[in-house]
Design a protein around this ligand. Structure first.
Ligand SMILES: [Zn+2]
Length: 271
């Protein structure tokens, strides 16, 4: 992995002791949440991520891509209009240069990192972000497996890593499906290391007919503090401040799912 960022309570300058340490700190293997694009970690897995950090665990998030392929670039650059914003953007009049794939990706990664800080700040565990920078729109099971193993070898050399990520069944996006399939393939090829896995379903599929193919269950927030963290993470995807490099890409792109999460902060997962 090329880059990683440690988002621990200490790194964020917040005393962990200021938060309740009542939850059992289990001596468990690292938890690795695998998201295909920046925003998937919040949309599909935010409640679970916050709960794991609150439990004092060693939590990692792997962004397989930086999300440079999003069609939302056309909305930000004023070619098309998002229903959430309402009017067409005029970049020059709004004081920013039209985004490129590179600057779009950088802004998306910042949104995800900000959201993850909302989920984890001050909690007893640690949260580390990893980026594989695979090509957006061209993730395969093989490339996702290699990226996951690379992080696993870094955080638990030769040891067990608990995998959390997309569903290989209840989703339509090829990158998401590839990520979920990679988890299944790793559990099959190396069950001693990767058999503990959970697949998280994006809110747009929470009533999908394919749920009949899996045994799903809800991960709800255990208290108001976790729910507030999820809502704060969602809000970070609506930050509009081009001068600061914030373009509310999440809300321009998937406002319906973010609003769904805002009203009902929880996760749906299957084994
Ligand atoms: Zn995605």
């Amino acid at each position: 992995m090329r880059r990683r960022t440690l988002l621990s309570a200490a790194a964020l300058g917040v005393a962990a002791a200021a938060y309740p340490a009542a939850r059992a700190v289990a001596a468990t293997a690292p938890a690795l949440f695998v998201a295909a694009h920046p925003d998937d970690e919040t949309l599909a897995m935010s409640t679970a991520i916050a709960e794991h950090v609150a439990a004092g665990q060693d939590v990692h998030v792997l962004l397989l891509t930086d999300g440079e392929g999003s069609g939302t670039i056309n909305v930000i650059n004023g070619t098309t209009t998002s229903p959430w914003w309402g009017n067409r953007h005029v970049p020059t009049a709004e004081g920013y240069a039209p985004l490129t794939a590179t600057t779009l990706a950088a802004a998306r990664v910042i949104e995800a990192q900000t959201a993850l800080r909302c989920l984890a700040a001050g909690l007893p565990g640690t949260l580390t972000v990893h980026r594989a920078s695979l090509p957006d729109g061209a993730v395969t099971s093989a490339t996702a497996q290699a990226a996951i193993v690379a992080v696993a070898d870094q955080i638990a050399p030769g040891g067990v890593v608990r995998l959390k990520g997309h569903s290989p069944t209840v989703d339509n996006h090829a990158d998401h499906l590839a990520a979920g399939q990679a988890m299944v393939a790793l559990a099959t090829s190396n069950p001693a290391r990767f058999s503990d896995r959970r697949h998280y379903i994006l809110p747009m599929y929470w009533t999908d007919s394919r749920l009949s193919l899996v045994t799903e269950s809800w991960d709800g927030p255990t208290d108001a503090g976790i729910a507030a963290r999820v809502r704060a993470a969602v809000r970070s995807y609506g930050a509009w401040s081009p001068a600061q490099g914030s373009y509310a890409i999440g809300y321009h792109s998937v406002a319906t799912m973010l609003d769904q999460l805002m009203s009902t902060p929880k996760c749906l997962q299957h084994p």
